[in-house]
Design a protein around this ligand. Structure first.
Ligand code: NAP
Ligand code: COA
Length: 281
């Protein structure tokens, strides 16, 4: 449930927000904030059951405006399936005003052990998937003079150990974000990115963080805590709102200052989690 909500409860009434990867974690947190401000929501992911569960929760949050929620399964790598999802969204809940490109895959793997298909898989989900969603959403965003929010990661800003695939994918996303801001401003479409820091109770943290290092890691973050999914939700609704009408091409770090300390502690922590196979023998 949402812990803070400062904007008018009907700010996004009648607006439609499409969120890739919206069935869980940070992206579901973002969906909650839009729903609580009255938006209609379309959430996509690969697992219909997970989307249905999330949709039930979101329907309670936007019930105050009679909002609609569409859980629609699609793999962001599959352009045709994603086109169908956007088509249904426009027909059933209205043209998209806000696209949140948040679907992603991640795992820890030393670069020398990463298979070409492992690298390609993450590039395809994160980077190609973000392009696919933006490219398809364009026709609807042009009508609504809407905006795009890309969910990035600090791996794009400086290298993190065992994250060559994700660093490449997310750096590509950051540049795509800026390119679309440059090219689509003429259509009234804004394009921005959010770089979350370590966000508690998420799949990303379950996969990537070393619990044995938790106290030290938290202590090293300037604001002294992991983020909450609500921290990202707050930033997302701000960037999509009229408060940010003149903001485009911007990457907003919502990370408690964690990017200021670099990745040395991270590298030490993950090194103990995954043995380097190719280095042995
Ligand atoms: P998560 O819950 O696993 O979110 C990823 C979502 O993407 C899932 O709902 C997943 O659903 C969906 N997805 C994965 N592959 C997909 C595909 N091929 N097509 C469509 N949907 C797909 O993880 P999270 O930790 O909250 O991460 C959410 C976002 O925040 C990601 O972009 C991540 O890179 C970013 N981020 C996270 C952290 C963190 O601390 N957790 C930090 C920085 C950035 P299905 O598996 O059902 O498809
Ligand atoms: N280490 C090294 N390689 C890995 C790996 C790991 N932990 N997990 C998967 N791979 C490789 C596979 O071996 C395969 O390569 P190969 O054919 O050369 O063997 C390739 O990646 C694709 O794996 P597959 O399981 O078929 O991919 P998928 O499309 O079903 O799933 C993943 C994508 C791998 C990213 C999966 O972890 C996923 O669905 N993640 C979504 C949730 C998530 O990651 N959330 C956190 C976001 S921060």
């Amino acid at each position: 449930m949402i812990i803070q909500q400062h904007l008018p409860k009907e700010l996004f009434r009648g607006k439609t927000v499409f969120i890739t990867g919206g069935g869980s974690g940070i992206n579901l947190g973002v969906a909650r904030h839009f729903a609580a401000l009255g938006a209609n929501l379309a959430i996509c992911g690969r697992t219909q059951e997970r989307l249905d569960r999330a949709a039930a929760e979101l329907r309670e949050l936007n019930a105050h405006v009679g909002g609609k929620v569409l859980p629609v399964a699609a793999d962001v790598r599959n352009y045709v399936a994603l086109e169908e999802a956007f088509g249904r969204t426009e027909a059933e809940i209205g043209s998209v005003d806000v696209l949140v490109a948040g679907a992603a895959g991640n795992f820890l793997c030393p670069a020398e052990d990463l298979s070409p298909n492992g690298f390609k898989t993450v590039i395809e989900i994160d980077l190609l998937g973000s392009f696919n969603a933006s490219r398809i959403a364009f026709a609807q965003l042009r009508k609504t003079r809407g905006s795009i929010l890309f969910i990035s990661a600090a791996q794009a800003l400086f290298p993190h150990g065992l994250q060559a695939h994700v660093g490449a994918a997310k750096a590509g996303i950051d540049n795509l974000m800026r390119n679309l801001a440059l090219e689509w401003g003429r259509y009234g479409i804004r394009s921005n990115g959010i770089t979350p820091g370590p966000i508690a109770d998420t799949e990303g943290m379950r996969r990537l963080s070393n619990p044995e290092h938790e106290t030290r890691t938290k202590g090293s973050i300037p604001l002294g805590r992991y983020g909450h999914v609500d921290d990202i939700g707050q930033a997302a609704v701000f960037l999509a709102s009229p408060l940010a009408a003149y903001i485009t091409g911007t990457l907003l770090l919502v990370d408690g200052g964690s990017s200021l300390i670099g990745s040395a502690l991270w590298n030490e922590a993950v090194e103990q989690m995954v043995p380097r196979k190719s280095a042995q023998g």
